[in-house]
Design a protein around this ligand. Structure first.
Ligand code: PHE
Length: 344
């Protein structure tokens, strides 16, 4: 039995140990029931009686060596693990918290408005933000000399004046009507773009929601009814509405719709001293444009305007959200400031 050789191998093997599992494997290898020591011990009775005492002494010496080195290694291991714990890991610290995400206030308002119209039977349709000049203007009866076609009011793509960033969601009327036959009741949320200088009430990109309905016999009172349901659901039952005559090339007759001021209830108009900061003492807030779809638009999509009639409306989502939440600067929606966004 080469006891020096055995001790050397044992030391080398223990020196390589990196984990408590490896340490346990070595313990089993040497001290286990079928381990190296057990095998030497079992060998003793097969020896000549004269050799047994000598051999037994060596086995015993190796056993003590094994136990000592194991004890030492276990202590090392524990102190190693302890130092890791002390330096890098404090199990007493609170764990990382992950704040659940939430929807942007604009998305929340879009979802709310769309769900009101969905309950009235409207489908939700989306269209592309890059549009043809035809869908954005010509198809909607917006004449070539209309000021909104001017490059200052529309983002045109490169030198072609054929493609642009849509300046309203109304081109989706053209897309849907070209594809589908009446009856139609459609609601269109989406982004629109206008080259406005950014300030508290303007942004080069904002959101609109378009709605339209086409069928035989659709009339202005149905438009009023649908919009009244919308305004009361979104702003509250006590809200009043008024329609003011207006002009849009794609609707005739056209109107702008106001709701009674949600802050002063329309009562601040009288006193010069205490003007309401939201309606500026007017008592009314403009929320959307609307009207009966112009016969030229029907002609452009191949509908018979003697048979069908329809209404359309369009609103700015940021404006609705600002009124609803009492926000006075449109830039807050787009500055990614969590202190603002966490409030919704
Ligand atoms: N497209 C119009 C705008 O952007 C809004 C509108 C839509 C008006 C539909 C009437 C009918 O101002």
């Amino acid at each position: 039995m080469d006891i020096q050789g055995l001790k050397k191998t044992l030391e080398e093997e223990f020196a390589k140990v990196n984990s408590s599992q490896e340490l346990e494997a070595l313990r089993i290898k040497y001290l286990g029931r079928k381990g190296v020591l057990a095998q030497y011990t079992a060998y003793i009775p097969t020896l000549q009686p004269s050799e047994r005492a000598e051999f037994g002494k060596k086995v015993n010496e190796f056993k003590i060596f094994c136990c000592e080195i194991l004890k030492e290694q276990v202590e090392n291991k524990v102190s190693l693990e302890k130092s890791v714990v002390e330096q890098d890991l404090d199990p007493g610290l609170p764990s990382f918290t992950f704040e659940p995400g939430r929807l942007h206030p604009i998305t929340q308002v879009i979802d709310e408005i769309c769900s009101v119209f969905k309950r009235m039977g409207f489908w939700i349709v989306e269209g592309p933000e890059v549009e043809t000049e035809y869908n954005n203007f010509t198809g909607l009866n917006i004449s070539l000399d209309h000021p909104s076609r001017d490059a200052f009011d529309t983002f045109y793509l490169k030198s072609t004046r054929k493609l642009l960033l849509r300046s309203h969601t109304s081109p989706v009327q053209i897309r849907v009507m070209k594809e589908q036959k009446p009856p139609l009741a459609v609601i269109v949320p989406g982004r629109v773009y206008r080259p406005d200088a950014v300030d508290a009430s303007h942004s080069f990109m904002f959101h609109q929601i378009e709605g339209f309905m086409v069928q035989e016999g659709v009339n202005f009172s149905q438009l009023k009814g649908v919009l009244e349901v919308f305004a009361k659901e979104v702003f509250g039952k006590e809200i009043k509405m008024r329609f003011r005559p207006h002009y849009f090339p794609f609707t005739e007759p056209s109107a702008e719709v106001d709701i009674s001021c949600i802050i002063c209830g329309g009562k601040s108009g009288d006193s010069e001293k205490k003007k309401c900061s939201v309606c500026h003492g007017k008592g009314w807030l403009e929320i959307l444009g609307c009207g009966m779809i112009h016969p030229n638009v029907f002609k452009n999509v191949g509908y018979d305007s003697n048979k069908y009639s329809g209404f359309a409306f369009g609103m700015g989502v940021e404006r609705i959200a600002m009124l609803k939440f009492g926000i006075d600067d449109i830039r807050l929606f787009f500055s990614n400031d969590l202190r603002f966004l966490r409030q919704f």
